[in-house]
Ligand binder design. Structure first.
Ligand SMILES: [Zn+2]
Ligand SMILES: [Zn+2]
Length: 242
């Protein structure tokens, strides 16, 4: 299993960066989140148009799904034309939600012209066309419904926090994973809103320590906040083989 960090920026882009997007390969190609800038980065990696089997979205903040919109235009009249229809797995009730967005941004079923749209269910593993199984675990992120993801090919497991405040369920997401990609957006937890929605480095490390995961990769971190020494920080283009 191979992870390529396509985009690692938080809610505003780091210089030259893309927002959330993580490509997991092995056996197929699965994209976790598709924030603004991800399409351009994928095009640079692949040449032409991105070839992915499946996409899974953690939540409806734009930095996690915004580039699905230009993906539709490129598929309709650009280089994506005739390049297949990736699965698009959305949070529960996501089909209705994305049709609503479609009716405001283009037309109601615009996303269904480009993607094979499905909703996943909470806490029930689902099999993707990429040949990878995914489990979505609900996490706290202000008042927005959001999920952390466990991705496995049977031999290896990658865990991804999406966006989350501190919570015991983060340790379920990351339990004994080979790699835990965990957000660390904040300088300090007390700077967060209420209810909580993001993690500091200390809080990400606490979740990692409790989980038994083998390796921690911090992400979704503003450029203005370097990671403390001794911690691995994601950057766009980073490749990790598990
Ligand atoms: Zn985010
Ligand atoms: Zn968010």
């Amino acid at each position: 299993m191979r992870l390529t960090v396509v985009g690692s920026s938080p809610a505003w882009h780091n210089p030259g960066g893309a927002q959330s997007g993580y490509l997991v390969e092995g056996p197929g190609r699965l994209l976790l989140d598709c924030g603004a800038g991800v399409l351009a980065k994928l095009r640079s990696m692949n040449g032409g148009w991105p070839l992915v089997d499946s996409i899974v979205i953690t939540h409806w903040h734009l930095d996690h799904w915004g580039d699905l919109v230009p993906w539709v235009w490129g598929n309709m009249v650009g280089p994506g034309k005739g390049k297949g229809k990736p699965e698009l797995w959305l949070p529960p009730q996501g089909r209705a939600r994305i049709r609503d967005f479609g009716s405001r941004l283009g037309w109601e079923d615009m996303f269904e012209t480009t993607f094979d749209v499905r909703d996943y269910e909470e806490a029930i593993p689902f099999q993707t066309e990429a040949g990878l199984e995914v489990l979505a675990i609900r996490l706290p992120h202000y008042t927005l419904r959001t999920y952390g993801l466990r991705v496995t090919n049977g031999a290896h497991t990658l865990a991804y926090s999406g966006d989350s405040g501190p919570d015991e369920r983060l340790t379920q997401v990351a339990r004994d994973a080979d790699l835990f990609v965990c957000e660390a957006t904040l300088e300090r937890g007390e700077l967060d809103g209420s209810p909580r929605g993001h993690l500091s480095v200390d809080e990400a490390v606490a979740a990692f320590d409790a989980s038994g995961a083998a390796r921690l990769l911090l992400t979704h971190r503003p450029d203005e906040l370097p990671a403390p020494d001794g911690y691995e920080l994601a950057y766009d283009g980073l490749v990790i083989d598990l």
